[in-house]
Design a protein. Structure first.
Length: 64
């Protein structure tokens, strides 16, 4: 049986806050889903945007 990732309730381009790990407290932009309950975000680092894969539990949607 193949288990597909569940949608996190976020839309591409939506702002998120990182709540754990080395980027804790940083703001990012939701870029999509990845395998194994991970999501992709765009994070501004050192003057540029980098794609970062994080556990879904370490990211929360910003207030709308």
């Amino acid at each position: 049986m193949v288990e597909l990732p569940k949608p996190p309730g976020l839309r591409k381009g939506e702002g998120v806050r990182i709540t754990a790990g080395p980027f804790r407290g940083h703001l990012a932009v939701f870029a999509g889903m990845a395998p194994r309950d991970r999501i992709l975000v765009l994070l501004s680092v050192l003057g540029g945007e980098q794609r970062v894969m994080l556990p879904e539990r370490d990211v929360e949607a910003m207030a709308r």
